[in-house]
Design a protein around this ligand. Structure first.
Ligand code: ZN
Length: 361
C-alpha cells in the first residue's frame, strides 16, 4: 500500500504544497506546564502518547496507549521500534514516524467492521495523539513546503481515511517533555528502550521499513481490536479511562522519579531558587523528606506508618522497589531478586498518603 511509496533514504522531492491548499492539516493544540499535566489527568479524551529518542545515528520510537473496558480492566498497548543507522532522517522525521505509528494503531482499533457495529458512536470519540515535538506537530497541522513531506502526507491521508470511514476525530496535542505526564514518560521510556539494545537492532533499516515493522508489531501486540469495543463509553458516561488508576500511577511516577512539585525538583532544574520545604526545619523538600520526615503531614502519615512497620525509612520499599541493603547477619534485606515481590499494600498506602497531602498534584 501507500507505505511502499515512502522512502526517505532517497533524495526527497519537496513540492511547493505538501497537500492541496484546500485541504486542512490536522487539528492541533499546545498546552504549557501545569495546564498540560491537568489535561493529561482530568480529560476524558483517549490519548495515544508518542515519543522519539536519538543517540548517535540510532533512533527509536515509542507509542503508549491505554483504555478502560466496561468491566474496569485496562487494555494497554506499548510499542518500541528501533530505527537503524543511515536511514537519512532528521529528528522531526522520527517524531513524525511516531505520530504515524499512533495513527496506524487507531486505524487498527477502528477498522471498518468495528465502526459498522458502533454506527455513529465512533464519530463522537476523540483520540488525542500526544507528542512533545512542536516541530512535528506544526508540520502536520500546517503542512507547508518542507522536508518530511512523504510522512506528513501519509499522516494526513491516514487521518482522512479514518474520518472517511466514520471513525473517531483525531487531534494532536503538544505537552512539554518531562512535564510529569505519565503516558509521556512511558512513551519516552519505550523510545529509549528501542535504541538501548533491549530490542534486536534492525541493520540498515530505513524509515519506511521501520514504519512497516511498526505496523507488523502493532498487529502482533494489539489485543484483538474487538476487545476495545466493550471499552466504549455509554451515553451515560464519557469516561473511557480509569482516571483513578491514572492519577495513582502519576503520583507513583512522580515519587519514583523525583520529578514533581516538591521544592527540590523545580530548584534542581533552575525553575525556582530554593529547594527548602516550608516546614519549620527548612530542610530540602526531597521525596524522602516528604514521605518520612516533614512535620506538616504528620496526620496524613499515620496509616502509612502502621502498614510499614519496621521498614520505616527504606524509601525504595515504599515505592515498590527492591533494596540491596543487607542485614547485620549479611543476608539481603529483601531476599533474592528471583523470589522478591513488591509490597503492594505499602505502595498503595504511600500513594494514598501522597494524594491526601495534596502536595503532588
Ligand atoms: Zn517539610
Amino acid at each position: 500500500m501507500q507505505l511502499d511509496s515512502v522512502d526517505l533514504t532517497e533524495m526527497e522531492r519537496i513540492d511547493p504544497f505538501c497537500i492541496p491548499p484546500w485541504q486542512q492539516g490536522i487539528e492541533a493544540q499546545i498546552l504549557e506546564g501545569e495546564e498540560a499535566q491537568k489535561w493529561a489527568e482530568d480529560s476524558d479524551e483517549l490519548k495515544v502518547f508518542v515519543d522519539a529518542s536519538y543517540r548517535g545515528h540510532n533512533a527509536g520510537v515509542g507509542v503508549y496507549h491505554s483504555a478502560r473496558r466496561s468491566d474496569n480492566s485496562v487494555v494497554e498497548h506499548r510499542e518500541a521500534v528501533k530505527i537503524g543507522k543511515n536511514a537519512g532522517y532528521t529528528s522531526t522525521h522520527v517524531e513524525l514516524t511516531a505520530i504515524q505509528a499512533a495513527l496506524e494503531l487507531i486505524s487498527a482499533i477502528w477498522s471498518p467492521d468495528t465502526i459498522a457495529r458502533f454506527g455513529n458512536k465512533a464519530r463522537d470519540l476523540t483520540y488525542v495523539i500526544v507528542s512533545d515535538s512542536q516541530s512535528a506537530i506544526r508540520a502536520v497541522s500546517r503542512p507547508s513546503r518542507q522536508s518530511g513531506q512523504a510522512v506528513i502526507r501519509l499522516i494526513i491521508n491516514t487521518t482522512m481515511e479514518i474520518k472517511r470511514r466514520g471513525g473517531p476525530h483525531i487531534r494532536l496535542q503538544w505537552v512539554p517533555a518531562h512535564a510529569m505526564v505519565v503516558g509521556d514518560e512511558i512513551a519516552d521510556e519505550l523510545a529509549k528502550q528501542a535504541i538501548e539494545g533491549t530490542l534486536d537492532p534492525i541493520p540498515g533499516l530505513t524509515l519506511s521499513a521501520a514504519l512497516k515493522k511498526t505496523l507488523m508489531h502493532t498487529e502482533d501486540k494489539l489485543e484483538k481490536p474487538v476487545d476495545i469495543d466493550t471499552a466504549l463509553p455509554g451515553k451515560h458516561t464519557k469516561s473511557i479511562y480509569d482516571l483513578q488508576t491514572y492519577k495513582r500511577a502519576a503520583v507513583l511516577c512522580q515519587l519514583r522519579t523525583g520529578k514533581c512539585r516538591l521544592n527540590s525538583y523545580p530548584a534542581k532544574i533552575g525553575a525556582t531558587n530554593s529547594d527548602r520545604c516550608t516546614c519549620r526545619g527548612r530542610q530540602p523538600e526531597t521525596v524522602r523528606h516528604f514521605v518520612f520526615e516533614c512535620p506538616l503531614w504528620k496526620e496524613e502519615r499515620k496509616t502509612l506508618q502502621e502498614v510499614a512497620g519496621n521498614r520505616w525509612g527504606y524509601l525504595s520499599f515504599f515505592l515498590g522497589g527492591r533494596s540491596e541493603q543487607r542485614l547485620p547477619s549479611g543476608e539481603l534485606l529483601d531476599g533474592k531478586a528471583e523470589s522478591w515481590k513488591p509490597n503492594v499494600d505499602v505502595v498503595n498506602q504511600t500513594i494514598e498518603y501522597a494524594m491526601a497531602t495534596g502536595r503532588l498534584c
